[in-house]
Write a protein that binds this ligand. Structure first.
Ligand code: ASP
Length: 246
């Protein structure tokens, strides 16, 4: 929203689940009503996989859509801002990099889009680590190195991408207590010291401090988490401009 406002757009924040959706209107009807009011572009964030595709199919051909997080399937603008952040710190040659994606990959649209982008950019090694119950089994991890011990995954890594435990998308019992999770998969200073000396720490937010990441790491010198946030605005402005230039 900030990206659109900064570009001078008229922005209409709309939470379908809390307004028309509550009264039983379908998402497609809501979109068509907004289209009839002259909305040119929809920036859609949805928890329902496939909803975005259905909206695009039902819209006028000239209506533009930007994917701002699609179920657990993908989150392209997050991947773009993550790649920009990595590039700013590590340069353009991704083939030299060892990148770790850790945590709840199964429920993470951030991980799915990030993996796609890293593979496209020819990343040297993508290591994935997390509880077995939170690893996808559908080919998402093809080409990645699966590590069972987090210490081994962190060793010598250049980039550590930590993911939130997505409890809202999770069936009960997939992970144990937060303390036990942190002991096995949390990034603390001891583990960070195993990484390359100039390693960067990333997180898409919102963070669960003390669950996947320690305060000292989140707020420490190697953290680029707030840079990701700033880059997010710039990248989304660029995406909006590109969509309207097309
Ligand atoms: N903000 C990210 C997303 O929309 C990551 C998260 O919620 O954990 O998927």
């Amino acid at each position: 929203m900030l990206a659109a406002t900064r570009l001078g757009a008229d922005v209409l924040p709309f939470d379908a689940g809390n307004s028309s959706g509550k009264k039983g209107e379908t998402a497609i009807d809501t979109m068509r009503n907004l289209e009839a009011m002259g909305v040119d572009c929809f920036i859609v964030r949805t928890a329902i996989d496939g909803e975005l595709r259905a909206l695009v199919a039902a819209a006028k051909p000239e209506t533009r859509f930007i994917n701002a997080g699609d179920g657990r399937s993908n989150h392209p603008t997050q991947a773009l801002l993550d790649m920009l952040t990595i590039r700013q710190h590590k340069g353009t040659d991704f083939s030299r990099l060892k990148i770790v994606i850790a945590g709840d990959i199964l429920h993470s649209r951030v991980a799915r889009s990030g993996l796609q982008a890293l593979k496209m950019l020819g990343c040297g090694e993508i290591r994935v680590c997390g509880p077995d119950t939170l690893m996808p089994r559908d080919g998402t991890l093809d080409g990645c190195t699966r590590m069972s011990r987090f210490d081994d995954a962190v060793a010598g890594a250049d980039v550590l991408m930590m993911l939130r435990l997505q409890r809202e998308r999770m069936e009960q019992g997939l992970v144990g207590e937060p303390e036990a999770y942190f002991a096995e998969y949390g990034l603390d200073l001891r583990r960070l010291a195993l990484a390359a000396p100039d390693a960067i720490v990333m997180h898409p937010g919102p963070m669960n401090r003390g669950v996947e990441i320690a305060d000292e790491v989140a707020d420490g010198a190697r953290s680029v988490i707030l840079e990701q946030v700033s880059n997010g605005v710039a990248v989304r402005m660029a995406v909006l401009q590109a969509v309207f230039a097309a």
